[in-house]
Design a protein around this ligand. Structure first.
Ligand code: C2E
Ligand code: MG
Ligand code: MG
Length: 448
């Protein structure tokens, strides 16, 4: 029993071994060869359960067994180190190729998953592995360890058994991490921006509402697309915070718009996870109340996939909000599930035909037929229809002929800053000939 000693934490030993190998690679490698060094981080997934269900003695024993297996696998104790309570680092020297580390990790996974026997009892463990392969020339022990740790975190977060990365992937992840930090700082310091793109009532030719679109100008990297930004926010689990900011900013702005064309409306995009969130209805109610905006002035744009993810929770939230008078629009319609079942049950008031069908409608019969079918079907079920991505006058006229209710797109106006939108509204003229009023031209990014 005296031999069954729990391995000590030995980060220092790990660094010594790594530095030795890196030094050798630099001095001994022929000029035309880039020696590769690999590292595998191992984390025992159910270690706390083992300590709880059995006892700490079993836990310690397991650590000992895992360490032994790793040492046997590498045939060297100088390549295996305990670096956390249930975490081990394994050095894999002299890799022939970076892909080889994945093979090694798979073998190690099989080895570690074999049951452990002690006093007639069998215990099985599951592990997560993060592995990295790097050129031994030009890297450091710290970089190897932090990159392998990073791959392990990714494996744990994304629920993979093994996560593998190379030098450039680690660098890319570092750069994403830095960008995420900048985004969190921008959110905290209120540095995000919002632009507004008008939607026009096709029958009356008047602007009725605008879609609020998120903008972020990174101080060094420049324009970051909102799609990418929203994806980052989801990864960071800050979607609720962002939606709160978007709703409050949009409703605050609407109060400042000139009401020359009647009661102004604003549409905001709501991410999938928020549609089903237990506090979503409260958030909408509170923001309407704080900014004294009527529910019918607010449209929530939601993608089809968002509703389908957790139908029960989403439908119940949307039913409540629709009952309050808030408008619910299905964004990018035609690109997701688009099931006919939809029309019977969906708590929506409006469909937005995806711009992929609208952009070339004038030249493409299939697109035109799809748009026409969506309009007819939606109307039969009492839903309004918005066409997004209207870039020319011919498409606008066709949509009007097909009975589409609203249009949005560069032909009418690019997204505008709050100030420019106020000016645009004030100067808008109904031009029934052209089907539109004052067109706001510009390029994608000089919309302000
Ligand atoms: P979306 O909700 O479908 O927004 C419409 C997108 O189409 C906008 O891109 C808009 O600028 C663009 N667009 C408008 N008219 C035209 C046109 O005539 N031609 C072309 N080619 N494009 C046109 P944007 O602003 O880059 O936004 C992309 C997506 O990012 C949005 O798609 C939405 O899913 C998301 N997004 C934007 N703002 C927010 C926000 O505040 N919250 C959330 N959750 N998502 C947002
Ligand atoms: Mg939208
Ligand atoms: Mg859309």
């Amino acid at each position: 029993m005296a031999l069954l000693r729990v391995p000590n934490f030995d980060r220092q030993g790990l660094f010594q071994s790594l530095n030795k190998l890196l030094g050798q690679a630099k001095t001994e490698a022929p000029d035309n060869l880039q020696p590769l060094l690999g590292m595998i981080m191992v984390d025992i997934k159910n270690f706390t359960s083992i300590n709880r269900v059995y006892d700490f003695k079993h836990g310690d024993l397991l650590l000992y067994f895992v360490f032994q297996r790793l040492a046997e696998y590498t045939a060297s104790k100088d390549c295996v180190f305990r670096v956390g309570s249930d975490e081990f680092a394994v050095i894999v020297p002299q890799l022939e190729s970076s892909g080889r580390i994945v093979l090694e990790a798979n073998n190690l996974l099989d080895t570690l998953r074999q049951p452990y026997e002690w006093q007639g009892q069998e215990i099985s463990v599951d592990v997560s592995l993060g592995c990295i392969a790097m050129s031994a020339v030009g890297t450091t022990a710290e970089r190897l360890l932090s990159s392998a740790e990073h791959m392990l975190q990714r494996a744990k977060l994304e629920n993979h058994s093994i996560c593998f990365g190379t030098d450039s992937e680690a660098e890319r992840d570092d750069s994403t991490w830095l960008l995420e930090q900048d985004l969190l700082r921008a959110m905290h310091n209120n540095e995000l921006d919002m632009v507004f793109q008008p939607k026009m009532d096709l029958q009356s030719g008047t602007p009725t509402h605008a879609e609020a679109l998120l903008r972020w100008e990174h101080p060094e990297r420049g324009y970051i697309s909102p799609d990418f930004l929203v994806e980052m926010v989801a990864r960071l689990n800050r979607e609720f915070e962002l939606t709160k900011w978007v709703l409050h900013t949009a409703l605050r702005r609407i109060k400042q718009w000139p009401d020359r064309w009647g009661l102004n409306g604003v549409a905001v995009n709501i991410p999938a996870n928020i549609v089903q969130h237990a506090d979503f209805c409260q958030l909408v109610d509170d923001s309407l109340h704080i900014w004294q905006v009527q529910p019918r002035q607010l449209t929530l744009e939601i993608t089809e996939n968002a509703i389908m993810e957790n139908q029960q929770a989403s439908f119940s939230n949307l039913d409540y909000l629709k009952g309050r008078g808030v408008k619910i629009s299905i964004d990018d319609f035609g690109t997701g599930y688009s099931s006919l079942q939809y029309f019977k049950t969906i708590p929506a008031t409006e469909l937005k035909i995806d711009q992929s069908f609208v952009l070339n409608m004038a030249d493409n019969n299939d697109d035109r037929n799809i748009a026409e079918s969506i309009i007819q079907l939606a109307h039969r079920f009492g839903l309004k229809v918005v066409a997004e991505g209207v870039e020319d006058g011919e498409v606008l006229r066709e949509l009007k002929d097909l009975g589409c209710d609203y249009a949005q797109g560069y032909f009418i106006s690019r997204p505008l800053s709050h100030e420019r939108y106020c000016e645009w509204l004030a100067g808008y003229q109904v031009n029934r000939e052209q089907g539109t009023g004052n067109r706001e031209q510009g390029t994608m990014n000089n919309e302000q």
